[in-house]
Design a protein around this ligand. Structure first.
Ligand SMILES: N[C@@H](CCC(=O)N[C@@H](CS)C(=O)NCC(=O)O)C(=O)O
Length: 206
């Protein structure tokens, strides 16, 4: 087992996206599962790595000093830089631009609002939360229009599929799949990718 790159995380969308990116990029890493209920993400040793006490965190001890990355989307960029071409075309140009356009669509227009809705629910603001949750579904329905080719940004799997997949999975019960044939075909294809399966399992209870 390689311990020079470690990914701390839990069974959450942000941690899973980071793990899927490392798996798809072929980066060797060790998953370190934190028990959020036991508040392991608030242990002083972990807070030294991630002062916000959030997951995920990547620690790359192959560099001196070690590289420590706290944001899931920064970890995806680490994976992209580690294996150019696996998560986005390596060369600048319209194909790479489209990957980033679609990737950020899911990050900022779908995932971020969904986290906001979760926060509102936790604070008893159900009506406001429901409005944002509806918007999240509308945005995912809109992404059906991206799927003129096999994947979210064209013929090749990319980080756009990673950002789309975990959020689609988290609301899969609320999507009317029969009216979304492309999204449905895409979802099944991404679910069946071995690297995606491994990423989804990275922080499961043993
Ligand atoms: N923007 C951060 C968000 C990290 C985040 O909010 N993580 C949540 C899980 S999805 C967490 O650690 N929650 C535990 C807590 O706040 O106690 C990222 O993308 O990595």
């Amino acid at each position: 087992m390689d311990t020079t790159i470690e990914l701390y995380g839990a069974q959450t969308g942000n941690s899973q996206r980071a793990a899927i990116a490392l798996e798809e990029a072929g980066v060797r890493y060790t998953a370190r599962r934190l028990d959020l209920l036991a508040r392991e993400h608030r242990d002083p040793a972990y807070l030294a790595l991630n002062p916000a006490g959030k997951v995920p965190t990547l620690v790359d001890s192959t560099s001196v000093p070690a590289r420590i990355i706290n944001q899931s989307n920064a970890i995806i960029q680490f994976a992209d830089a580690s294996a150019p071409g696996r998560l986005a075309p390596a060369q600048p140009g319209w194909e790479r631009d489209r990957v980033f356009d679609r990737y950020f669509f899911f990050v900022t227009d779908v995932i971020a609002p969904s986290h906001a809705a979760f926060f509102l629910r936790q604070n008893g603001l159900d009506e406001a939360a429901a409005k944002i949750e509806r918007r999240v579904i509308e945005q995912l329905v809109y992404s059906e229009s991206f799927l003129t080719r096999a994947f979210m940004a064209g013929d090749h799997f990319s980080m756009a599929d990673i950002s789309a997949f975990t959020i689609a999975a988290s609301v899969r019960e609320q999507l009317d799949w029969a009216t979304l044939p492309r999204l449905s075909r895409w979802f099944n294809a991404v679910s069946a990718r071995p690297a995606v399966e491994r990423g989804l399992r990275a922080f499961q209870h043993p």
